[in-house]
Design a protein around this ligand. Structure first.
Ligand SMILES: [Ca+2]
Ligand SMILES: [Ca+2]
Ligand SMILES: [Ca+2]
Ligand SMILES: [Ca+2]
Length: 537
């Protein structure tokens, strides 16, 4: 398109958009303090409503028992043995070709276990004090089987390490200390240390399931990576990595690339995302502690129904984003901008929070949905960025609250609150000057509804609680600053109806700036420089 045509089309787009936005407005705001003059109600079509919980974990995934067809493998440098004659042992590589359960003991200082069986064979590897290191490939490599179970024997302590760069060939793309092309389940109550100095920790090109065990994984790339799904129902994982800690990405099948956490003890230090998928992430329960990461939880669809979740992130705490708009691609070609340069909210993205205790300390946005945000339960505390470049809550389409509590601290420049379709009282309050002193909300009888210590600076807060109801008066205190608010609408904002903080930045190019609705927002900034992860290689 030549530049004149381009210019004309941009102006037409701008005019159309502003017409549309104008047409969508509610005709008469209820009061001059209506929170948002462009509210819309919405319903989410949840990924969890079609997720097959029944079959997510089979009995064998969970039980970790073994009593039939047992073979023994004893590992020893240049002297390994197996009592199944179909197992091939050569140059410290033990290749299992036959179905059954294998109890493995011993040590290989530069060796490997390979599973290369019939596509109908289920194989169980019981690690009973195993140590395998490999200088150029995986310690365990699964080439073919129907499904492989790696069981950590009770009270056993096992080490699998890839110490050197992975030597790949056309047919061998192994790039993790454990590498599986087939379905892989990790279970049993023992302990497994995985160390991958140049690649990923655990890689599965299919469905990966973890139901039990204690894992300490350190990796130069992703700690745990799967293509189809990662489902975790138990166990304790301590993950330290340079890329994502739990990573599930499937660019061929959009129904895949999902993470489901039923329960877990999770501790994550990641230089990139802590939990990242291209599809959905559903967290039902667990103790999830993320002291360091770039983004905490990132997926197209995020559902949090329970758990104790603590996130400290150098960018967004929680971000609903299509993988196509992953920050790695956020350059001039950001697909979230249409051809005219406008930000398009992403209808496919949502964050749905129904339960859990969630504490987020973010230097980017606290909770950022490129589409919708819905809170119906849970207790959320956000300590947002100490500047106006990001916000405690950030969404591109709509956000509403129908239950639970939230206190989200940040800066007023970009602040967004829950909309007037919320069914629970909510306020977006700004203060004249920034403070890091404690915050309190009391009702007109001086009964405390909320009290929070705040370690970071803030001049804006989003609050909601079942105790905030229309028709009552509330006193908000930030240090020695006090505001009295009469709640006449379900959603209050003291930012004024023409300034709901909807806009993050000037549009790119020479766009007429008033062609932008102020609710259309997006951070145009480049992703911040990643903090170098402490104690990571
Ligand atoms: Ca990310
Ligand atoms: Ca992101
Ligand atoms: Ca963001
Ligand atoms: Ca955003």
């Amino acid at each position: 398109m030549n530049s004149f045509l381009k210019c004309v089309s941009i102006i037409c787009c701008a005019a159309l958009l502003s017409l549309c936005v104008y047409g969508c407005r509610k005709t008469a705001p209820d009061s001059p303090r209506a929170a948002n003059n462009n509210d819309k109600d919405f319903e989410l079509s949840l990924a969890s409503s079609s997720f097959d919980y029944e079959n997510a974990f089979t009995d064998r995934d969970v039980s970790a028992k073994y009593d039939e067809n047992i073979y023994n493998i004893n590992l020893e440098d240049d002297n390994s043995s197996c009592d199944n004659s179909k197992t091939v042992i050569s140059n410290n590589v033990v290749t299992i070709t036959n179905t059954g359960t294998y109890i493995i003991k011993g040590k290989l200082s530069d060796g490997q276990i390979i599973v290369d069986a019939d596509a109908t064979d289920k194989i169980q590897l019981v690690l009973d004090n195993v140590s395998i290191s490999n200088s150029s490939s995986s310690a365990i490599k699964i080439i073919q089987a129907k499904k492989v179970f790696v069981t950590l024997a009770e009270k056993s302590s096992n080490v699998l390490a890839s110490s050197g760069e992975f030597v790949k060939t056309e047919s061998d793309k192994a790039d993790g200390a454990i590498y599986s092309k087939e379905k892989l389940t990790l279970n049993g109550s023992g302990k497994l240390t995985v160390d991958s100095a140049y690649g990923h920790g655990i890689v599965c090109n299919d469905d990966l399931i973890i139901t039990d065990g204690e894992y300490i994984i350190e990796a130069e790339k992703h700690a745990v990576k799967a293509e189809d799904s990662i489902c975790i129902s138990g166990g304790a994982l301590d993950l330290k990595c340079v890329k994502d800690a739990l990573h599930c990405d499937n660019d061929e099948d959009t129904a895949k690339g999902n993470i489901y956490i039923k329960n877990v003890q999770l501790n994550i230090n990641a230089e990139d995302d802590a939990i990242h998928s291209s599809g959905f992430i559903i967290i039902d329960d667990g103790n999830i502690n993320i002291p360091a990461c770039y983004e905490g939880i990132e997926a197209q669809k995020i559902e949090i129904n329970g758990g104790e979740i603590s996130i400290k992130s150098s960018d967004d705490g929680i971000n609903a984003s299509s993988s196509a708009v992953d920050e790695n691609n956020q350059t001039e070609q950001n697909p979230q901008f249409n051809k005219g340069g406008f930000i398009e909210g992403d209808e496919s993205c949502y964050i749905n929070i129904t339960g859990g205790n969630i504490v987020i300390d973010a230097n980017g946005d606290g909770i950022d949905s490129n589409g919708y945000l819905l809170q119906s339960g849970g207790d959320i505390i956000v300590y947002g960025p100490e500047n106006s470049g990001n916000s405690a809550l950030d969404y591109d389409l709509q956000a509403k609250i129908t239950g639970g509590t939230i206190t989200a601290f940040g800066y007023s420049g970009m602040a967004q609150g829950y909309n007037s379709y919320s069914t629970q009282g909510t306020m977006l309050v700004s203060f004249d000057s920034e403070t890091s002193e404690s915050f309190a909300l009391t009702d007109s009888n001086n009964i405390t509804i909320m009290e929070r210590d705040v370690k970071k600076k803030y001049n804006s807060v989003v609050i909601s609680s079942p105790d905030i109801t229309v028709g009552n008066t509330y006193i908000v205190k930030a240090g020695n600053q006090t505001k009295t608010i009469e709640l006449t609408d379900i959603s209050y904002s003291d930012r004024g109806m023409n300034d709901d903080g909807g806009r993050k930045n000037e549009p790119p190019g020479n766009m007429p700036s008033d062609a932008f609705d102020k609710n259309d927002k997006q951070d145009f900034r480049e992703p911040p420089e990643k903090e170098s992860g402490a104690a990571l290689r």
